[in-house]
Design a protein around this ligand. Structure first.
Ligand code: PEP
Length: 257
């Protein structure tokens, strides 16, 4: 991680009721020791319906686990049925918000422009965007994964200054590895995370690139975490399926600590 504090974020997607969410956070908190929670930053990203319950639990019991939303609207308020604003997430004490997840890009037709607007909205509402980028299988097979991913990065950060970019988290999530059980090799993960950092250095300067945390996501499990995190430019993981199992998630967090 080269001086950066590792970050493990559990993206629960559309899973768990608010009651189940409380149970899972309690188990994760119980499984991790204080020094581990200091060494690694642990974050959960529940569905919107569970954020209030997670907030109440975490704040009430002074649990050192952060939380955030899975998406936010490009608008602030008004006639946007079903949408959730950055202000609403901030009011629930969210620290993070996932932006541009490949499932949003694919299932909700989020373009690079929409993703860029959401990054800006997150920053405007003082939420840390976890900006997801990553190629599909066709791009990977064509050997275009680095230029494809760095182009997504460029588009999402267009027009931002270096100080702002320093506060963004980037998640490299190759689409072919998400929920498929097919994890990228540690070399694949490092190759693209390294290229992302190099691109950040080119555009925003080496000091900025040096502090941005870059996560890998895609079928991360307890058994493959150490290898993935060994890459010098891999600063943590965005974990989907495995974050729903308390023991598995605790084990991933412990490996990062
Ligand atoms: C994700 O969707 O962010 C993800 C990485 O999912 P999984 O770990 O299930 O592949």
């Amino acid at each position: 991680y080269q001086g950066r504090r590792p970050l493990i974020a559990g993206n629960w997607k559309m899973n768990l009721t608010h009651l189940e969410a409380i149970g899972l956070v309690q188990k994760v908190a119980f499984g991790l020791k204080e020094p581990e929670l200091e060494a690694a930053e642990v974050v959960v990203v529940p569905p919107f319906t569970a954020i209030r319950s997670v907030q109440t639990l975490v704040q009430g019991d002074k649990i050192e686990i952060g939380f955030g939303g899975q998406d936010l609207s490009v608008a602030d308020s008004g006639a946007y049925t079903g949408e959730i604003s950055g202000a609403q997430l901030k009011a629930l004490a969210c620290t993070y918000v996932v932006v541009g997840h490949s499932e949003r890009r694919a299932l909700h037709a989020e373009t690079d422009e929409v993703v860029a607007a959401k990054v800006r909205k997150a920053i405007e509402h003082e939420l840390v965007p976890i900006l997801c980028v990553g190629e599909g299988l066709d791009v990977r097979k064509a050997g275009e994964h680095v230029p494809y991913t760095t182009a997504q990065l460029d588009a999402a950060l267009e027009g931002l200054d270096a100080a702002t970019v320093a506060g963004v988290v980037v998640a490299y999530e190759p689409v072919w590895a998400i929920g498929t059980g097919e994890v990228a090799t540690p070399e694949d993960a490092q190759e693209v995370c390294g290229a992302i950092r190099a691109r950040l250095a080119e555009r925003f300067g080496p000091e900025t690139a040096d502090v941005v945390r870059i996560l890998y996501g895609g079928s991360v499990k307890a058994g493959n975490t150490a290898g993935i995190l060994a890459g010098p430019d891999v600063d943590g993981a965005l974990v989907g399926g495995a974050s729903l199992d308390a023991d598995e998630f605790v084990s991933i967090c412990r490996t990062a600590a």
